[in-house]
Ligand binder design. Structure first.
Ligand SMILES: [Zn+2]
Length: 416
């Protein structure tokens, strides 16, 4: 992809042209580009975010595609390795190995393997492993830890190369990866070639049902091109010679789905869970234009409520700051027009401190400043962490500070 941005005209899953806008979000710059003081005069271009629905297969997606070099550039060249959550990864490896029928010592491939933390857990369980990740710093760390890793974006050509060099593959894992892939058909064709005849593709991804039901509106940003539900995925895999044999919800990232997929030619019979997930989605009307429009109405009403609250506080001369500095927070800042209310943002991730939010350039400080600066109100933008944030800042509350939760409810917390 050479252009910095393009708008797709067809559904990413079924190639239909009947893909229509359901909720238009405010255009934002790439949501993770928190800039330094030195970069502040460089223009940051905004790109549209329009949540669309395919009227043929029911998949929820963005047609707005920003060039990955622009979106992920900083990750590819800077050292930004997430601290692995070893406990989570150990449990994952145990659950997956218990669910699949593969020989001990089979090859496990992780797409988006980062520093190899997940693969180490498979290694400890006697499996052969191979990581694939485009980020050079992460790959370096993985290799130093003894996790064989290829530095690349995954595609069909790479799949063929791996298959010819390494033979049969037991498991291909991709967690929080496939929602970010534009050329999804090519991607899963590569996976099918890797797992044929009896291997497994295990994917975890953010889910459209949680987006709509739990109003996870801050998961909507350019990196997330798809908001998957099981029904359209089932048809998609079928068209690419595969079948979903198990699917269920998992709590990560506010609500995700985990699917086990095999090649058509495997003898596995899909579990009833797959049908049950589809029935549940249909029952709730997920994947209908109506469900998207309802989310649009919710956003409009929440914006009205929030704006009137913040206008009132400003009129009383109160100081207001925001808590959170992440890609999802950028979505919220633009969607609700918050830049004019917030003096600054605070966060607990040191890589954000002394930087400025994308485009609007709201300064970001460590959350310890709350105790020194004592703003009157703190609007919690990282809303899924509302409880731990308030617990962490009891002192600020004791000093008379107040928190405002934005989601799921608009509510003020503090000592009365
Ligand atoms: Zn479609």
């Amino acid at each position: 992809m050479k252009k910095e941005y393009y708008k797709r005209s067809t559904c990413r899953l079924c190639d239909s042209t009947r893909v229509y806008s359901g909720v238009k979000f405010e255009a934002t710059p790439p949501g993770d580009t928190f800039v330094t003081q030195a970069e502040i005069n460089r223009a940051q271009k905004r790109y549209p975010i329009d949540v669309c629905l395919c009227e043929d297969c029911g998949s929820i997606q963005l047609l707005d595609v920003v060039n990955p070099e622009i979106l992920y550039g900083p990750y590819l060249y800077q050292t930004s390795i997430s601290l692995g959550l070893p406990e989570h990864f150990r449990r994952y490896a145990d659950e997956v190995l218990a669910a699949v029928a593969i020989k001990p010592g089979s090859l496990v491939i992780d797409i988006g393997s980062n520093d190899g933390t997940l693969l180490r857990c498979f290694q400890e369980r006697g499996m052969k492993v191979l990581g694939i990740d485009p980020a050079s710093a992460a790959v370096k760390t993985a290799l130093a830890r003894g996790v064989d890793t290829i530095q690349a974006f995954f595609d069909r050509n790479l799949a063929r190369k791996i298959r010819s060099e390494r033979g049969d593959v037991g498991i291909v894992a991709a967690n929080n990866v496939i929602a970010n892939v534009d050329a999804l058909g090519d991607f899963v064709d590569g996976i099918r070639e890797l797992i044929e005849p009896n291997g497994y593709f295990v994917m975890e991804t953010g889910c459209g049902a949680s987006l709509l039901e739990k109003r996870l509106i801050d998961v909507v940003y350019h990196e997330h091109l798809s908001y998957f539900t099981v029904k359209p995925l089932e048809g998609f895999f079928r068209r690419h010679g595969m079948k979903i044999i198990d699917a269920y919800w998992i709590p990560s990232k506010g609500g995700s789905i985990r699917c086990f997929v095999q090649a058509d030619k495997s003898s596995a019979i899909p579990k009833p869970s797959v049908r049950e997930m589809i029935y549940m989605e249909e029952d709730k009307g997920i994947g209908t234009m109506d469900s998207l429009r309802k989310m649009g109405v919710f956003i409009t009403e929440r914006k009205k409520g929030l704006t009137s609250l913040l206008d009132g506080l400003r009129a009383q001369g109160k100081t207001i700051v925001g808590y959170g500095a992440s890609v999802g927070v950028t979505t919220l800042l633009y969607l609700f027009g918050l830049d004019k209310y917030l003096d600054y943002l605070v966060d607990d991730d040191a890589t954000r401190f002394e930087r400025f939010s994308p485009g609007q350039h709201i300064p970001v400080y460590s959350s310890v400043v709350l105790n020194e600066k004592n703003p009157d109100y703190v609007l919690i933008l990282a809303w899924r962490y509302t409880d731990p944030i308030m617990k962490r800042h009891e002192k600020y509350i004791q000093q008379g500070g107040r928190f405002i939760s934005l989601l799921p409810e608009l509510k003020i917390f503090g000592v009365s």
